[in-house]
Design a protein around this ligand. Structure first.
Ligand code: INI
Length: 175
C-alpha cells in the first residue's frame, strides 16, 4: 500500500512574463544557429516574454559561448541564459576540442554563477544531422531550450525565495 507522505513539490512554471533572458549565439554555422535562435525567441515570446526582457548577443563561434555566458550571468540581469551553437565534425580533432571546452565552460559558467545556462549547442557528425535538429525531423532544439530556460528561470527564483538560508544576524555562535 502506498504511504501517506506527501512531499513538498517545487516545479518551475512555463510562463515567461516577468522573467529576463539572455541568449548568446554563435555566428559560426549561422545557417543553423539563426534557426535555433528564432525558435528560442519564439518560445519565449509565445510564453509571454516582452522585447525588453530578452537580450541577444552574437559571438564568433561556440568556443566563445562560455565566457560570454559567464559575463551575462555575472551582470545579475538575467533569470536564465541560453547558449546557442552548432559544431559539425570536420577532418581533424578540432571538433573534439571545441565541443568539450564549450560544454565544460558552459557548465562551469552556471555552476560558478548560479544562473541557469541552457545548453543549446548541437554537436553533429554531419550537416544533415544539424538541419534535422534545427527545424526538420528532430524538431527544433532552440524551441526546447527556450521552454527549458523558462522552467529553470522560475525554479531558480522559487528555490531562492523558499530555500535560502536566513539572513545573517551578525551574531556569532558561542563555542
Ligand atoms: N565553431 C563553431 O561554433 N562550430 C564549428 O563547427 C567550428 N569548427 O568546426 O571549427 C567552430 N570553430 C570556431 C571556434 O568556435 C572558435 O570561434 C575559434 O576557434 C576562435 O576561438
Amino acid at each position: 500500500m502506498a504511504g501517506k507522505l506527501q512531499p513538498e513539490r517545487v516545479d518551475g512554471g512555463l510562463t515567461a512574463a516577468g522573467l529576463r533572458f539572455g541568449i548568446a549565439v554563435s555566428r559560426f554555422n549561422s545557417f543553423i544557429t539563426e534557426r535555433l535562435l528564432s525558435a528560442s525567441v519564439n518560445a519565449l515570446e509565445r510564453a509571454g516574454a516582452g522585447s525588453k526582457d530578452v537580450t541577444v548577443v552574437h559571438v564568433p563561434g561556440a568556443f566563445e559561448l562560455p565566457l560570454t555566458a559567464k559575463k551575462l550571468a555575472m551582470s545579475g540581469k538575467y533569470d536564465a541564459l541560453i547558449a546557442i551553437g552548432c559544431v559539425i565534425r570536420g577532418e581533424t580533432s578540432h571538433y573534439d576540442y571545441v565541443c568539450s571546452e564549450t560544454s565544460r565552460g558552459l557548465q562551469l559558467a552556471q555552476m560558478d554563477t548560479g544562473v541557469p545556462v541552457l545548453f543549446c549547442v548541437l554537436t553533429c557528425d554531419t550537416l544533415e544531422q544539424a538541419i534535422d535538429r534545427a527545424g526538420l525531423k528532430g524538431g527544433n532544439k532552440g524551441f526546447e531550450a527556450g521552454l527549458a530556460a523558462i522552467e529553470m528561470g522560475h525554479l531558480s527564483r522559487k528555490i531562492r525565495a523558499t530555500h535560502s538560508a536566513p539572513a545573517a544576524t551578525g551574531k556569532t555562535r558561542r563555542k
